[in-house]
Design a protein around this ligand. Structure first.
Ligand code: FMN
Length: 374
């Protein structure tokens, strides 16, 4: 290995005591390829096997904790015990080469497509649709439904433990249900689940407490709990960076193993104020990085980018599309094969890269998402 990159390969100990063999993380990425009943498909396993080998922590795609929170077609599920067998296979594949396996727990809320949920209904904090053309109006969740959903996150954690995962990541980012409760755009409740910025934290905090209680009851060994959130929303009203700094401070006092700041570009500034160029990831790190490990992510394409990002002080760097394009990204840095790191994807590469069909179709359909070349 070129010693320049040595710091990327230093181990890292999380607060719970588990140790990552290096500073690189497989970012959670949905692949639309699970079986129709929500079980893990045979197509997904080799895809993960390829990408989990080099990283210290491998985070799964978002897995639904309840059927009414299904966010995508082909999403896999952890909503009942029948899912545990497939999830066990997945956990084993992710852990195969000494990586920590983390299951990302998700509920789509108002972002769920109504045709994906059992009764065609979707739910959120308030009956306010997302700001996009034709977005369906969700039903406001009742108190009982909120409590049932919190329980579902706890039950999902119990299943993750039984399947052999090393931890769970709570998906509080990217406009899904937990973010909807924190956002003044989607949460106009006047009961104990809504109100000012602090009151809007109530739902995600209750989920964290439920998960912690579940881990204390069911896990015989250290178990990671991470929280992923998006630092801003574009809408007005919407989550501001000031809101997120307050939330990050609260999360930092919850004794979590990490906060994962979800951005498309590690270095990007505010999406609400074009004049504010300060990296959102670093803003969060500067506020709470002394209390809780931070994972940074977003367009970290080269080993030099990864080094520069790590040198800011964040604990770990997550790679998403980079590991789809180059499953051996980490090993190639380690073996000093930098010139052979693939940065574009040719239409002929699907089989060699072991990419499930539905993910491949998305990659070829959504413009500018992936570095596709002819
Ligand atoms: C195909 C695809 C699927 C994704 N699915 C998820 C997901 O399930 N959960 C999540 O939190 N983020 C998801 N993301 C966001 C990534 O985790 C990551 O934050 C983003 O791609 C930026 O990192 P990158 O530039 O390294 O790809 C997804 C991204 C891609 C490209």
């Amino acid at each position: 290995m070129n010693m320049k990159y040595q710091s990327l390969f230093e181990s890292f100990k999380f607060p719970c005591g588990l140790e990552s063999k290096n500073r690189l993380v497989l970012a959670p990425m949905t692949h639309w390829s699970s079986n129709p009943d929500g079980t893990v498909s045979e197509e997904e396993l080799p895809y993960y096997q390829q990408r989990a080998q080099g990283v210290g922590v491998a985070i799964s795609a978002a897995v639904m904790v309840a059927l009414d929170g299904k966010g995508f077609s082909g999403q896999f599920s952890v909503h009942n015990d029948d899912m545990i067998a497939g999830l066990t296979k997945l956990a084993n594949i992710l852990k195969n080469n000494g990586s920590l396996a983390v299951l990302q727990l998700h509920h789509g809320g108002r972002m769920s497509p109504p045709d994906a949920t059992p009764d065609g209904k979707i739910y959120s904090a308030s009956a306010i649709p997302a700001e996009r053309e034709g977005a369906p109006i969700p039903e406001e969740m009742t108190e009982a439904h909120i409590l049932q959903t919190i329980q579902a996150f706890g039950d999902a954690t119990r299943r993750a433990i039984q399947a052999g995962f090393d931890g769970v990541e709570i998906h509080g980012a990217n406009t899904y249900l937990l973010q909807q409760f924190f956002s003044p755009h989607s949460n106009c409740r006047t009961d104990r689940w809504g109100g000012d910025v602090h009151q809007r934290m109530a739902f995600p905090l209750a989920i964290i407490d439920q998960i912690k209680q579940t881990v204390a009851t069911y896990s015989k060994k250290p178990f990671l709990i991470g929280y992923r959130f998006s630092p801003e929303e574009i809408e007005t009203p919407g989550i501001t960076f000031e809101d997120s700094l307050l939330f990050a401070e609260t999360l930092a006092n919850k004794e979590l193993d990490y906060l994962h700041v979800s951005t498309n570009d590690f270095w990007s500034g505010s999406m609400r104020d074009q004049n504010d160029k300060t990296s959102r990831v670093l803003g969060i790190y500067n506020k709470v990085g002394h209390k809780v490990p931070i994972i940074g992510v977003g367009s970290i394409r080269t080993p030099d980018n990864a080094l520069k990002a790590l040198e800011t002080g964040v604990s770990l760097i997550a790679l998403g599309r980079e590991l789809i394009a180059e499953p051996k990204w980490v090993e190639k840095v380690q073996n000093n094969q930098l010139n052979s790191i693939r940065t574009t994807i040719s239409k002929k590469d699907q089989v060699e890269l072991i990419i499930p069909n539905n993910l491949w179709n998305m990659m070829n359909t959504v413009p500018y998402w992936f570095p596709m070349v002819d």
